[in-house]
Design a protein around this ligand. Structure first.
Ligand code: 5CU
Length: 367
């Protein structure tokens, strides 16, 4: 009797292909890559808004960037090290959001072709989410969605929360949602912009990146998805599938409150949008998928309760969150996610689903 090995699939794992790093090196404003005078031998990746304010301590000025961000061999070595069989790689934030409209279409085609080519070097091990030229017009974006369907290793698109500039509740996005839905692609929704820095207070510089990454990112995702819900995106596009980064931000925990606030809102009642809509819980179990990048069984338990173990997919966020200590081979961040899965599912069949079977089934990684 043959014993089939269970695949482990990482669906949240980023890359900046060399052409994108060249683009960042050519820039002088965020996002960019630069060697600073106080450490001329190491490059730093400055991507988050305000990360290079003059008041920012040098240790909070972006993050060191090495080959792990752009050399696919390092990704494969990381996968081998952590027993990951397949990865669905995606361009990391801020994608192409910052490009002038006139450059975005060409840049998206180049980056997507490069990423597809990288995957072709490791058949069966690498797949990808493509990137969209969101600063261009809807027609250019839709063309790239359609073109992605012809690229062998592409399984969907990664996007941030800004949409065409006015967020994901903008009805001007409807042709884009329609094209993605028609193509049967998965949207991997990922934060980048966080919250206005004022909410972190005057002592924010003392806390490194903790507040923007631990709270700004998940709340940004939660707000973006809530705006999609409230504006009826999933009432108009009932088959639009969205994979939410970081186990949905705080959506699983707050879904009940969102639903209750809708039910108790007099404005929505009068406008007729309170009752005539799909419920948050329905969308969570029909259109939304969640990654399992939440580092603890408490958050993971909420994700399972909200969307179900059959909609949860393992991820690592590589190359972000490497161990800070030297000589550590296995990444704490990765092991925290493995441990949470083992604890929540007591290593039953659902653990195997979350670790890989779900991703293979949902993203068709055996084709
Ligand atoms: O450390 C960070 O800033 C990040 C980031 O920008 N994007 C991401 O996916 N994870 C961590």
């Amino acid at each position: 009797k043959s014993v089939l090995k269970m695949p482990i699939v990482d669906i949240h794992t980023h890359i900046y292909p060399p052409s994108y790093v060249d683009l960042l090196r050519s820039r002088k404003t965020v996002p960019y890559v630069r060697n600073f005078e106080d450490a001329p031998d190491s490059s730093r990746l400055i991507i988050l808004p305000g990360e290079d304010d003059p008041s920012t301590p040098s240790t909070s000025r972006g993050r060191p960037i090495g080959a792990e961000y752009y050399d696919i061999k390092q990704k494969i070595a990381f996968m081998d090290q952590h027993k990951i069989d397949k990865s669905v790689i995606s361009l990391a934030n801020p994608w192409l959001d910052f490009l002038p409209a006139s450059e975005a279409g060409d840049a998206a085609r180049k980056i997507n072709d490069d990423v597809n080519e990288i995957c072709a070097g490791y058949p069966g091990r690498l797949y990808a989410f493509g990137t969209l030229p969101l600063s261009a017009d809807a027609d250019t974006i839709v063309k790239e969605v359609d073109r992605l369907s012809s690229l062998k290793y592409m399984r969907g698109v990664i996007m941030g929360t800004s949409g065409l500039g006015n967020g994901l509740d903008d009805t001007k996005l409807d042709p884009v949602w329609a094209a993605i839905e028609k193509a049967g692609q998965m949207i991997f929704l990922h934060p980048h912009y966080g919250l206005p820095k004022e909410v972190y207070g005057p002592r924010a510089n003392e806390y490194g990146h903790v507040l923007p990454l631990a709270l700004g990112f998940p709340l940004e995702t939660t707000i973006a998805v809530s705006r999609m819900l409230l504006s009826g995106v999933w009432d108009r596009f009932t088959k639009l599938n969205v994979l939410l980064a970081h186990s949905g931000g705080t959506l699983p925990f707050l879904a009940g409150r969102i639903e209750s606030c809708i039910l108790h809102d007099g404005h929505l009642k009068k406008a007729g949008t309170r009752d005539n809509r799909r419920k948050v819980w329905d969308i969570l179990k029909t259109n939304i998928y969640l990654d399992a990048v939440i580092y603890s069984e408490v958050g993971l338990g909420a994700a399972v309760a909200a969307s179900g173990a059959d909609r949860l997919l393992f991820g690592t966020d590589h190359p972000f969150f490497p161990p800070l200590e030297e000589d550590v081979e296995e990444w704490h961040s990765v092991n925290a996610n493995y441990t949470a899965i083992a604890k929540v599912f007591d290593n039953d069949g659902r653990a195997k689903d979350v670790l890989g079977n779900n991703a293979v089934r949902i993203l068709k990684l055996d084709e």
